[in-house]
Design a protein around this ligand. Sequence first.
Ligand SMILES: C=C(O[C@@H]1C=C(C(=O)O)C=C[C@H]1O)C(=O)O
Ligand SMILES: [Mg+2]
Length: 462
Amino acid sequence: MLHTKVSQFEDIIDQALTTALEDKTPQLVSFVEQIDYQNPYVFFHNGVKVDQHRVFWKSAEEDFLMVGVGSANKMFTSGADRFQNLQTAWNELREKAIVSDGYKQKGTGVVALGGFSFNSGNLKEAPWEKFPDSQMTIPCFLLTNYHHVSYLTINAVIYPEDHKQQILNQLLEQEELLFHGQDFTPHIPERIRAEEQDPEGWKSSVKQATEDIKAGLLDKVVLARELKVNFKEDVHIAAVLQELAAKQANSYLFAIESEGAYFIGATPERLAKVEDKTLVSTCLAGTIPRGRNEDEDLRLGKQLLHDRKNRQEHEFVVQMIRDAVDACCYDVEIPSSPVLYPLRNLQHLYTPVRATLQTGYTLLDVIERLHPTPALGGMPQHTAIDYIKANERMDRGWYAGPVGWMDRQNNGEFAVAIRSALIQGKKASLFAGCGVVEDSDPQSEYEETAVKLQPMLSVLGG
Ligand SMILES: C=C(O[C@@H]1C=C(C(=O)O)C=C[C@H]1O)C(=O)O
Ligand SMILES: [Mg+2]
């Protein structure tokens, strides 16, 4: 940190100490500076020297990325009111924060990153014991790369009994560690085993779901399965992120640490984004592989656009998101038919949603209404959630839950945590699901999930 910056930082610590003593409560301070361009993967890698708790987010559509190290504060909420309770805790924190920020760039300053499990309030089964119902971190150190400029935020909680010089020394020492050492050797772990969990059983549950749909129990349900993988050595998370970034264009990248386990993924699916009053959401459902050449690719794309079963999968998502967005927005724009969304090894049907948020509603209100959309749950929403709990034979944990970030202005973005894996040392669990409708064929759905496992599998042992 530059000399002038240190004295500005000292000033806000002084202010915070005064307030903390007066109010007899801890006080959050946030200090933002522009720094030389930083490689985010090196920063993530170095971060572990300061704190094992690290979080990562990269946008799918623009040059915008955040890496958080340590936590000035973590917000945990659980149960049915977890979104509302988080909003309350967040409002209190962000309104009271003392901020020194001459740039006012998005994703800098008081920012919370994290996510939510798919279901709230259930007991966590293996392998999810280390992940809470929800966790949003205000990182101690936050690197933000936006339009090729790097910003460093330092967030700290100042207690009434703290000493300025001690805090300053500790933070400067940690900062030194973060920027020391400029590279790492990318290392992809060697896979020694990959084990599917009862594929035949899974296919029969898809078959059963099509029968239950024909019988009128529900219209659509998303069923997921797990692939367990073992490696010869511990997985190097920074290297995996770097590989994903190189391979998975048009995807959000995320990583969230909890008690030494990392939930990580490259998902194409936005849940909701709010910038000022503009809300953007995404309907993404309906899948076909990419072709091996341009002709085949075009042919497959056309086939997907006109396939009755895939269009039905997609239409349920559009219907539900439209209703949810109509209830809290105006000027809702949704095209009447989908287009293709190409990824490295598959393509989806995609309908963008854009609207203006009514006064009084926040990003978290929208997330609460949307989650889970029929792209991850089904239709009707609550029937599908119960159906999944009763029939899926695994704990989804954070798979298919909302992951993302929000800032002090309540702007932010959440994606749906699919194409994801939970990594713990030498072990990983990969997850993939698919939308089941009345015309679903178990074998094709099985193959669809196999293709969806590929992005994570390809960076976890090749
Ligand atoms: C559930 C997943 O993906 C979802 C299901 C899709 C489908 O069945 O066509 C497509 C995109 C996603 O909404 C997953 O990747 O695990
Ligand atoms: Mg599908």
